[in-house]
Design a protein around this ligand. Structure first.
Ligand SMILES: [Zn+2]
Ligand SMILES: [Zn+2]
Length: 314
């Protein structure tokens, strides 16, 4: 792989007074640099994942961090051979991660204790902790920390209810949460502490940083890590002790491949083994296999690509 591109993942919780104006200026900067990706701007801060040529990414990082508000922002940097996104989106939102909790969850006021990858691994190995996956069910199903609880949530906003229902007896137990790049755990642990949990920790830098850590080498992670770009998944565990945990949506055999349903009305991203993908003609079900092709008329825009319909940022 010729590495000439980077994929960046980053966030900062810091007040932004005029998110609309900030987003316009930020969009201009990214377009000038030829970056693609998804950037969210909210009154509470900035969250993004972008791809671009290495020099453009370097320039982007130095430009952003020259702003005092983002001086300490941490960028997770991946190597790539091309863009990981088709387009550039810079959007203004109410919250950086849609959480809609009924309690304030400002990580700058209160948030879970941060564990470095080495501390994280040690805590899990010592045992007697609850490891909570801070992501949604389809992310968990392709890869997660060994022994972690799978929250039965399709979207992040379901977490407050889920936690109150399922962890009510664990308010004073050590709870370790993790997510892709760390941003969701900032909100999650902030909420939990406000809600009466007393011993809450978060994996600093998220799974992505854990996978790059030279000491832990991603140990205790099984499967792959779901990412919200065209790569779909990335490798985390670089040790010999690694298990495949994805299961084919059709036959249940172990596999780590994600396929987008061929039916343009469905597009369900599902795990499928090569044989079932062939048999089902890339559809998620028999009904979708038999669904008609998308009609096309002259003058219409070209067909949408097969890119994932999932549009969150990590
Ligand atoms: Zn199969
Ligand atoms: Zn389908």
């Amino acid at each position: 792989m010729a590495v000439v591109y980077n994929v960046l993942l980053y966030y900062q919780f810091v007040p932004i007074d005029d998110p609309e104006a900030f987003a316009d200026e930020h969009r201009r900067l990214c377009m000038e640099l030829g970056l693609k990706g998804r950037i969210l701007v909210a009154p509470e801060g900035l969250n993004g994942t972008v791809s671009g040529p290495i020099e453009a990414c370097d320039l982007y990082r130095s430009t952003v961090t020259s702003d005092q508000r983002f001086a300490s922002m941490v960028f997770k940097v991946d190597q790539a051979s091309g863009h990981a996104f088709e387009k550039l989106f810079v959007r203004v939102k109410k919250e950086l991660v849609t959480f809609r909790a009924d309690l304030p969850s400002d990580p700058n006021e209160i948030t879970g204790k941060r564990l470095t990858p080495a501390q994280w691994k040690e805590r899990i190995e010592k045992g007697d902790v609850i490891v909570l996956d801070g992501r949604t069910d389809y992310e968990y199903d392709i890869g997660h920390f060994r022994g972690a609880i799978r929250p039965d949530c399709e979207s992040f906003r379901e977490f407050p209810d889920w936690i109150r229902t399922h962890l009510a007896d664990a308010r004073h137990k050590p709870i370790l949460t993790y997510c892709t790049g760390g941003i969701r755990c900032e909100k999650l642990t902030s909420f939990m502490l406000r809600d009466g949990f007393t011993d809450v920790y978060q994996l600093d830098g998220g799974i992505v940083s854990y996978g790059k850590d030279p000491d832990t080498k991603g140990a205790l992670w099984d499967g792959l890590c779901y990412v919200f770009d065209e790569r779909v998944t990335v490798e985390i565990n670089h040790t010999d002790d690694r298990h495949v945990i994805g299961r084919c949506h059709h036959c249940g055999e172990p596999t780590e491949r994600y396929v987008n349903c061929r039916n343009y009305r469905c597009r369900l991203q599902h795990i499928a083994c090569p044989e079932c993908e062939r048999q089902f003609n890339s559809a998620c079900s028999i009904a979708c296999m038999e669904a008609p092709e998308r009609p096309w008329y002259p003058g219409q825009p070209p067909r949408e690509s097969s890119t994932s319909q999932r549009t969150e940022t990590a």
